[in-house]
Design a binder for this molecule. Structure first.
Ligand code: GLN
Length: 542
């Protein structure tokens, strides 16, 4: 029997509901249950694929090619269960489905309305998860009280009513702000937020109270009293120094026991938290440190590189070192000498990106890494620009560039109009829709025997997730290889370059895909493990 847990948030946004949900998922798993985590987002975009990373942070791509909310990344990193397209839905998608059906005449002349048509569509999204896990955890994006969120709240209210308390549970995440002048944590915003939730007919049975300092028992009792919640189920959620500690602190505060109690599950199996204890120990007590420069464009909002940051942390966990990240805005290198910024750095990473602004700075970072033999990890755009760098400075093709920036003399990176996925042909056009028209999701690649890539993966057949429009142009492959840039990973049909690497360099790897999306703290991605290892070697030299 599947039990449904709905997680809402109140008081302010950015409370870390996604992490809270992921951590609860991990705890239930540690007790031997299967879990599935989903997210419902109230915005009107059909998916976050078209949103700027500045606005919404990273777009998390699933194996089945969906561009989803970054919280799905947390879910996957905490539970190990690969996220999938059907785990994320937005208001835009719900309306698109309903309106397409309306145009087809499927509603047989009915007046199509928010209730019941939109709410039914939301309920279908929830109901189709029935049977897929012991616990389905569904996070509702946004903050209670937002106009956009109302149809979702109405739908989960109805769903909760239909399922009853034995199969559904509402958890509300709130904030207790500390007011220095009064020297107190304030509970009033929480009370109001619960009242708001009750006014739409939802009675949370567990409150998760975020706070930057310990909460007195008396305060918890007071919140319980005013909000009509069992005192034991008002649970403190204090700030922690590493996100991987969240499952452990929630467990200490009794969250998992209380969740099971709500479903009438008494005396459950003890959880096995060894993996989480080990991870936290390694994060908190590293044996050394390396400095990695991330040369990118969205460096102001580190949420834009969420999975990347985490994958680097995972690489550090595997090697027992702390990874210090230095974000460098790539445009800096357009006027300034990269050496001034990079001379004592142990590894350079150029992450994925779009558009011409800042590209030259990334090319210069790749050049610096190649010439000075500093470990370089180019991801997607970071690979493409490393190839442009090689074409310009090794093949001496001045006009080498990517057609992403306009027509150029030597398009070493260009648009492929057709490629195959399994037995199917896929297509894209320069003037096509922006949404969902990239090479998206999992694609296989074959690695050259004896290459660094094959050594790192320990196999010659891999599958990785993609999200890009352009490809490295194989017309330049032979010439680049003659200059030492090996094409060590290709699509199985040999058409699309997937990995490049320099033979005579300690660690210079460019990948067309996004390995960071599949890295987990308990299963760090081999490329990140190897990159951090190379950075440790570099740190012994500088
Ligand atoms: N802008 C490049 C492309 O579309 C790279 C994309 C990326 O780095 N994700 O191919």
């Amino acid at each position: 029997m599947t039990r449904f847990v709905f997680i809402t948030g109140g008081v302010v946004s950015s409370l870390g509901k996604g992490l809270a949900s992921a951590a609860l998922g991990a705890l239930l798993q540690a007790r031997g249950y299967t879990t599935r985590l989903c997210k419902m987002d109230p915005y009107l975009n059909v998916d976050p694929g078209t949103m700027s990373p500045f606005q919404h942070g990273e777009v998390f791509v699933t194996d089945d090619g969906a561009e989803t909310d970054l919280d799905l990344g947390h879910y996957e990193r905490f539970t190990g269960r690969p996220a999938q397209k059907s785990d994320n839905i937005t208001t835009g998608r719900i309306y698109l489905n309903v309106l397409q059906r309306e145009r087809r005449g499927d509603y047989l002349g009915a007046t199509v309305q928010v209730i019941p048509h939109i709410t039914d569509e939301i309920k279908n999204f929830i109901r189709e998860k029935d049977g897929s896990a012991d616990f389905v955890l569904i996070e509702v994006g946004g903050t209670v009280g937002d106009i956009e969120g109302l149809p979702f709240l109405e739908a989960i209210r109805q769903f909760g009513n239909e399922m009853g308390d034995e199969r559904s549970l509402f958890i509300h995440v709130t904030l207790l702000p500390y007011i220095p002048a009064a020297g107190e944590l304030k509970t009033k915003p929480t009370q109001h937020s619960v009242k708001e939730l009750m006014s739409v007919g939802i009675r949370p049975r567990i409150l998760l109270c975020r706070s930057d300092r310990p909460i007195e028992q008396e305060e918890l009792r007071k919140i319980g009293l005013f909000c009509n919640i069992d005192e034991n189920k008002v649970i403190p959620a204090l700030d922690v120094s590493t996100i991987y500690e969240v499952p452990l602190t929630y467990h200490r505060e009794g969250l998992d026991v209380q969740v099971l109690d709500c479903f009438g599950i008494k005396d459950p199996k003890r959880p096995d938290l060894k993996v989480w204890n080990d991870i936290v120990h390694r994060v908190k007590e590293p044996e050394g440190a390396v400095d990695i420069a991330v040369v990118g464009k969205y460096t102001n909002l580190t949420d834009s590189y969420k999975s990347l940051n985490e994958a680097l942390v995972h690489g550090g966990i595997a090697n027992n070192v702390k990874v210090n990240l230095r974000f460098i805005e790539s445009t800096t290198f357009e006027n300034e000498n990269p050496a001034d910024y990079l001379h004592n750095i142990h590894g350079i990473l150029v992450p994925g990106g779009f558009g011409e602004r800042g590209a030259l700075g990334k090319i210069k970072a790749a050049q610096f890494a190649r010439e000075r033999k500093v470990p370089y990890f180019g991801i997607c755009f970071g690979m493409q620009l490393a190839v442009v760098e090689a074409a310009r400075n090794l093949l001496l093709l001045e006009g080498a560039s990517s057609t992403e920036f306009g027509i150029c003399k030597d398009p070493v990176v260009g648009l492929m109009t057709e490629w195959s996925k399994g037995n199917e042909k896929e297509e894209r056009k320069a003037d096509g829709d922006m949404g969902g028209t990239m090479r998206l999701g999992a694609y296989p690649a074959v690695l050259r025997k004896g290459s660094k890539a094959a050594e790192i993966y320990g196999t010659t057949e891999i599958s990785e997730r993609h999200r890009h429009r352009y490809e490295v142009n194989t017309n330049y492959k032979d010439r680049l290889e003659q200059h030492g840039l090996r094409f060590s990973g290709m699509s199985p049909d040999g058409i699309l370059p997937e990995i490049v690497e320099y033979e005579d360099h300690p660690w210079f790897v460019g990948v067309q895909f996004h390995p960071e999306l599949k890295s987990k703290p308990f299963d760090p991605h081999p490329l990140f493990v190897s990159f951090i290892d190379a950075a440790i070697n570099q740190s012994r030299m500088v």
